[in-house]
Design a protein around this ligand. Structure first.
Ligand SMILES: Nc1ncnc2c1ncn2[C@@H]1O[C@H](COP(=O)(O)OP(=O)(O)OP(=O)(O)O)[C@@H](O)[C@H]1O
Length: 665
């Protein structure tokens, strides 16, 4: 396994992404378009609410707290421009008239209005003051009520939007994982030898998670931050264009800072991810190779490598902090600077009576709000980039399709040859995993129903490769494999594999119960069958020893069992399948002679009456085979039964002698 954990692909980050990617993303969203439209609508409404809140403070101030005189006021402008500010009241209201009459000396009357300087308001008793300002107090109450309604609505919308958005995001992730899993599971073996396990795992986990970020961040970026920015700019211009322009003068500096920040943050962010991925890879390698590391005393070197990686990660982490620590306060400072500009410039306008106090207060709030989306956009830009890179990697995996092509002329469903295995024939089969490096050269043999063909030969001779070809994990480069006289390429591969049981060199057990490991459909296996199979596979003693018998859960693929026990379980699995063709790759791991004898008996039971191609690493396993093929450097060097080959005194005989000598030693 190459433990790169996907960091090689990190190099893709930061490349310009084309629109094609977005086009491919849209179909993923299509099933959830209602949710998405709902979510965007809610974001729009939330933006509107947020834009309305400061405006309400303007209304409260200008209409009710420091009312701006209505245009109908009977005092001409030059008198209004007095140093003092006045409260104008309507004498047509009975309550007001009574107060004005009682404190006549404080009011100036004209037509149906009267005015009183703000400075003199303090001279009125609290009760009269309230009467005088009854309208404003009621108005203020309404404004506050409206404000509360908006706040509650904002809360509800935010909650709903979150739920809807996350629901869509999680569903998209769910669908994507299903597609990826199905896609990966159907690929042929070459695909898996080229793709490191960790890379595929990263696609299914991290990259899919990043895609989720893509949807949620994209929605919040485009529809919240950008709407908000545009909205605030529009409202500021509408409130007072002079104030707006004064604030916008700072914008180039802000944009410059944001662009610089997102660039630097991206570099650090990427380098950091590469390091974290390397740490993952190193960790996985250490755990996998812990026996070798401890036996060869490589702990120190291994630790030193880890320490290097970890120190680098720390250094980059610190750099990341610095970049953020500089940018966030910088934007904050620029925001405060904008406020200062506004207080000075807007304050002067208020003093000149060109702008109402309410407008200034609302503008101050808008300006404070203006800087948050800018900061968020700069931050989210990286997340977006990262998510786009993940999307690209996922699509490139989905585009890699190495599934076996459907046979052009598949066996007719009525064809009797499809159900019963009668013969296997390899006809001058040559094959190379890597072009130019053949591992099988012109290999031919036949096996009739019920016969056993054993493949023996030195390591690397190509024995396992023959089994790979018979399972159609690969196709031969030349020559043909025929089953029942029909080219393997014309078989429906599922049907063929359905007739076959494979026992691999390394017993593969799954993290499930023993019963689930042996029986494909545990609920359909009756007690009599279970007992028969356990007996034939010599697994009874093992099952009795386990605390819950067949229902014992095997942790970590049966890591707590001995290799001999694991082999017996895989033999039981093959027996349970009741296959017509057994492909058996004998385990090479060391087992004591007593266990070996038990395994031999189990294998004998498995093979009896079935067609079998077996790779024998111990010649004793091959002894009783109908035909033994001795492979050497990919060629059939000798063929015959045990007696014939021994009489020949060739390679088989020599291998036999070697094995006997080893046993004697
Ligand atoms: N997936 C692969 N990609 C490239 N080369 C491979 C692959 N699998 C096996 N080989 C090479 O093909 C040759 C034959 O391998 P094969 O596993 O068939 O040998 P074998 O006779 O079964 O060996 P052993 O007795 O050690 O199991 C070897 O040189 C091996 O390195």
């Amino acid at each position: 396994m190459r433990g790169d954990y996907g960091y090689i692909e990190e190099g893709l980050l930061g490349k310009p992404r084309d629109l094609g990617l977005l086009k491919r993303l849209l179909p993923l969203l299509r099933p959830y378009r209602r949710l998405l439209i709902g979510s965007v609508t809610l974001v729009l409404m939330m933006t509107l609410i947020n834009l309305t809140l400061p405006y309400l403070s303007k209304v409260a101030i200008d209409r009710y707290i420091v009312p701006v005189p209505a245009h109908t006021t009977p005092w001409p402008d030059q008198e209004m421009a007095d140093e003092r500010r006045y409260l104008t009241v309507d004498l047509r209201r009975e309550q007001v008239r009574q107060v004005v009459e009682r404190f006549d000396h404080l009011f100036e009357r004209r037509a149906a209005a009267a005015r009183i300087a703000y400075a003199d308001l303090a001279r009125l008793p609290a009760e009269d003051l309230r009467r005088l300002r009854q309208d404003q107090i009621t108005g203020l109450g309404w404004v506050v009520l409206f404000l509360l309604v908006l706040v509650v609505a904002d809360f509800a919308f935010t909650f709903l939007q979150r739920v809807i958005m996350e629901r869509a995001g999680h569903r998209v992730m769910h669908d994507l994982r299903m597609r990826l899993f199905e896609h990966i599971q159907q690929q042929r073996l070459t695909f898996f030898t080229r793709q490191p396990v960790a890379r595929l795992v990263t696609r299914m986990t991290n990259d899919v998670q990043n895609m989720h970020e893509l949807f949620t961040t994209f929605a919040s970026m485009v529809f919240r931050d950008i709407f908000m920015l545009l909205g605030i700019a529009a409202v500021l211009l509408a409130l007072n264009w002079r104030i707006a322009l004064a604030v916008f003068a700072l914008l180039p500096v802000v944009v410059w800072a944001a662009v610089r920040f997102s660039r630097r943050a991206r570099e650090v962010f990427r380098a950091l991810r590469v390091k974290v991925a390397q740490i993952n890879g190193h960790m996985a390698e250490t755990i996998e190779g812990i026996r070798t590391i401890q036996t060869f005393g490589r702990q120190e070197r291994n630790f030193a490598r880890f320490a290097d990686l970890n120190n680098e990660t720390l250094r980059l982490g610190m750099r990341e902090i610095h970049v953020f620590a500089l940018f966030m306060p910088l934007i904050e400072v620029l925001g405060l600077l904008a406020l200062a500009v506004l207080v000075l410039f807007g304050g002067l306008q208020v003093l000149d009576n060109r702008v109402s106090l309410g407008v200034l207060v609302a503008a101050l709030t808008y300006v404070r709000m203006f800087f948050r989306p800018i900061r968020d956009l700069a931050e989210n830009y990286n997340i977006l980039q990262n998510a786009m890179a993940s999307a690209e990697r996922i699509f490139s995996l989905l585009d890699t399709d190495t599934r076996l092509p459907r046979p052009a002329e598949a066996l007719d469903a009525q064809d009797p040859r499809k159900d019963r295995l009668q013969s296997i024939a390899l006809e001058r089969v040559s094959f190379a995993y890597t072009p130019g490096e053949p591992v099988l050269r012109e290999v031919s043999f036949t096996a009739q129903q019920g016969q056993t063909v054993a493949l023996v030969g030195p390591t690397g001779a190509g024995k396992t490769s023959v089994l790979n070809l018979l399972q159609r994990f690969y196709d031969p480069d030349s020559g043909r494999i025929r089953i029942n006289g029909v080219d393997l390429r014309h078989w429906d591969i599922r049907r063929l594999r359905g007739m076959t049981a494979l026992v691999t060199q390394e017993p593969v057990l799954f993290s499930a119960t023993l019963r689930e490991n042996i029986f494909a459909r545990p609920d359909q296996a009756d007690e009599a069958t279970v007992t028969r199979i356990l007996q034939a596979a010599h697994c009874e003693a093992l099952v009795q020893r386990l605390p819950l018998g067949l229902d014992t859960h095997l942790e970590k693929g049966g890591a707590s069992l001995s290799s001999g026990e694991r082999q017996l379980i895989t033999i039981a699995r093959a027996l349970a399948r009741d296959a017509q063709l057994i492909l058996l790759d004998e385990a090479t791991s060391y087992i004591d002679s007593q266990t070996e004898a038990v395994i031999h008996k189990a294998l004998h039971n498995l093979i009896a009456g079935r067609t079998c191609v077996l790779v024998a690493h111990r010649l004793s396993t091959a002894r009783s085979a109908d035909r033994i093929l001795v492979l050497h450097q990919g060629r059939v060097a000798e063929a015959g039964d045990h007696r014939q080959l021994m009489e020949r005194r060739g390679l088989y005989w020599r291998l036999h002698r070697q094995e006997e000598k080893r046993a004697a030693d």
